[in-house]
Design a protein around this ligand. Structure first.
Ligand SMILES: Cc1cc2nc3c(=O)[nH]c(=O)nc-3n(C[C@H](O)[C@H](O)[C@H](O)COP(=O)(O)OP(=O)(O)OC[C@H]3O[C@@H](n4cnc5c(N)ncnc54)[C@H](O)[C@@H]3O)c2cc1C
Length: 568
């Protein structure tokens, strides 16, 4: 059996290596348009900033490794330019010489990835404007940074003449994870960084109130954010300075511009074989990664996948799914019945010592789908036991089905990245296993005081959510409140720092003695800092015949919402 794999990075390289492990006899040819196979594109932004110093560190496995260890014929600088499913051949062009040859296949796997969006805006190809997609892209960026016009190449390092680097300006266009990671790295290099983005908040997989907090975090670390503004063009100014022009009429001079406005599935090759393209623009595959041509498989950023939670078609450009899909394609080619379960979009981004992570569906998507059978909770637990030094607060939003408690999605952020990772990874697994909030209550997770709490944030989320579904704690949210009697059960000292307009203050400890001050003809909405005391107060009120609800997440959630559009 002869198998040709197109694309030699995440999906392609995983497929090739797995196939060899399953089939010693297969003839495997892996072609890659670029100069390298199996490189770590996830590390590229960190090579821009020098965190990963050596380019060679990004090259995970070389052509030679694939030849020696896996007996795979690897051809770099080799582009697959067309496929004939009828003849079962692929035309391959040597990128360096232009020579075209034809190779036959029994099975073909496409893992061509995604292409950076590069709209036809005036001036978009000016020098100084870059994408962060490949190793050569980042090499060029690093050379540009070293050799910028008002910054004599490397002089400050050795001449003793130019001791101070002039402040340089960078504009990053796009607030997705590649844009944000690159922005952070440019800040570390001493750039004055402006992030321009069309949506009103960064990281579109997050709900606005969480994303706004991430946005505030990067602003605090020096990134200027120009939101709700689209780039309309670029103009060359004196020297190597590029002026970035936006919809609002504002202009931003920049010594370097990074374009990170998204990616789209690379379907150029698939179209030569007339493969079915789905409604989102990716190659359509079944659960075995088979395209509309039974002997052609496709994996990675180029395909459409089923969203594990909503069942909708979606495009998810992530390394984990690409690797797993490559493995599944190899399994199926080798005769095994492996199936892809769908993608949850589980992701994490580290930013200025903090992290944000998410998995499953967000509230925005549920609203767009008209799905009302969900509830959400906000929690602000410690990353580990509060009494052990170094505990930091986590912000956690969990979304679940009102009707049966199924966990649908979660988003978290905090200054303790591994703690954020741990909770979202646990919740991602829970979602994939079809867990409910009642399972989260019972989950047995690692605990010692430096790592967690006896009641882990994941358990805590399950308990809070189950309290709601069981009717023990009716809940509402800052973005749902229309009327009601606001009761703040915090201590007066806390109110002197931040008060909620219109709320009556009765500290929790006095509540039982002051019940007659509260209305019986109106719903009481109870507030504290995080909702823990509000829950206790709500229980007291309900058991004394009042109608009461806890405002989820208390004033901490209010602070998040107020960064966005909230009127309260
Ligand atoms: C800067 C950056 C940071 C990232 N960070 C993360 C992260 O932190 N976490 C995460 O989960 N994901 C991250 N990703 C996304 C992740 O890298 C991709 O989802 C993953 O690499 C997709 O794998 P793939 O095999 O589909 O495509 P790729 O890994 O992009 O590989 C496709 C390869 O196919 C080659 N190719 C295309 N067409 C042809 C052709 N016709 N002939 C021959 N070769 C061809 C291309 O040159 C390319 O090398 C990041 C991506 C980038 C660019």
């Amino acid at each position: 059996m002869k198998v040709i794999i197109v694309g030699g990075v995440a999906g392609g390289a995983s497929c090739a290596a797995r196939l060899r492990r399953l089939d010693e006899q297969a003839e495997i040819l892996m072609v890659e348009r670029g100069p390298y196979v199996s490189y770590a594109n996830c590390g590229l932004p960190y090579h821009v900033g020098g965190v990963i110093e050596q380019e060679s560190s990004l090259l995970v496995a070389s052509e030679q490794t694939f030849r020696d260890m896996f007996a795979i014929d690897v051809r770099t600088n080799c582009e697959a330019i067309s496929i004939s499913p009828k003849d079962k051949t692929v035309d391959l062009r040597n990128v360096l010489t232009g020579e075209v040859i034809s190779e036959s296949y029994d099975k073909l796997v496409l893992s061509p990835g995604a292409a950076s969006v590069h709209p036809p805006l005036p001036g978009i190809d000016l020098p100084g404007i870059f994408h962060v997609r490949t190793v050569p892209d980042v090499r060029t960026i690093r050379e540009w940074i070293e050799g910028g016009s008002d910054y004599l190449a490397g002089m400050y390092r050795y001449s003793g003449i130019q001791m101070v680097k002039p402040v340089r300006r960078a504009v990053v266009v796009g607030g997705g994870f590649i844009g944000l990671e690159t922005a952070e790295n440019l800040v570390h290099l001493g750039f004055e960084v402006t992030l321009i983005q069309k949506p009103d908040h960064v990281l579109s997989p997050l709900d606005p109130e969480i994303a706004c907090l991430v946005q505030e975090h990067i602003k605090r670390h020096g990134v200027k954010v120009a939101a709700n503004d689209g780039v309309v063009g670029f103009k060359q100014l004196d020297g190597d300075v590029v002026e970035v022009q936006t919809n609002s009429g504002k202009t931003y001079p920049a010594d370097i511009v990074i374009l990170a406005i998204g990616v789209r599935p690379d379907t150029t090759l698939a179209k030569t074989a007339d493969l079915t393209i789905g409604e989102r623009g990716g190659i359509r595959v079944d659960e075995h990664m088979r395209t509309s041509e039974p002997d052609i498989f496709a994996v990675g950023d180029a395909i459409e996948v089923e969203d594990f939670v909503t069942g909708q078609s979606s495009l998810i450009a992530l390394a984990g799914p690409a690797n797993r899909q490559g493995r599944i394609a190899a399994d199926v080619i080798a005769g095994r019945d492996s199936r892809y379960r769908g993608t949850q979009g589980t992701s994490i981004i580290g930013l200025f010592e903090g992290a944000a992570a998410w998995t499953g569906v967000n509230e925005k998507t549920l609203n767009k789908l008209g799905d009302e059978d969900y509830e959400k909770i906000f929690l602000f637990p410690n990353s580990h036991a509060g009494y052990y030094p170094g505990a930091k607060m986590l912000g956690l939003k969990v979304i679940f089905r009102k009707s049966d408690g199924l966990v649908l999605g979660a988003q978290a952020l905090g200054q303790d990245g591994p703690a954020v990772d741990k909770r979202i990874s646990a919740l991602a697994m829970a979602i994939q296993m079809g867990a409910t909030i009642y399972d989260l209550e019972e989950a047995e997770l690692c605990y010692a005081p430096q790592f967690g709490s006896a009641k882990d944030p994941v358990n805590f989320a399950g308990m809070v959510a189950a309290n709601i579904v069981r009717g023990d704690m009716p809940v509402t949210h800052w973005d749902r409140i229309e009327d009601g009697f606001l009761l703040d059960v915090r201590e007066p000292m806390e109110l002197s720092v931040e008060s909620v307009p219109g709320a009556v203050n009765i500290p929790l400890g006095q509540l039982r003695d002051r019940l007659e001050e509260l209305p019986r003809d109106q719903e009481i909405l109870v507030i504290c800092r995080s909702a823990q005391r509000a829950y206790a107060a709500t229980r007291t009120l309900i058991q004394n015949g009042f109608e009461a609800r806890t405002i989820s997440g208390g004033t901490l959630a209010r602070a998040m919402y107020s960064l966005g559009e909230l009127k309260y």
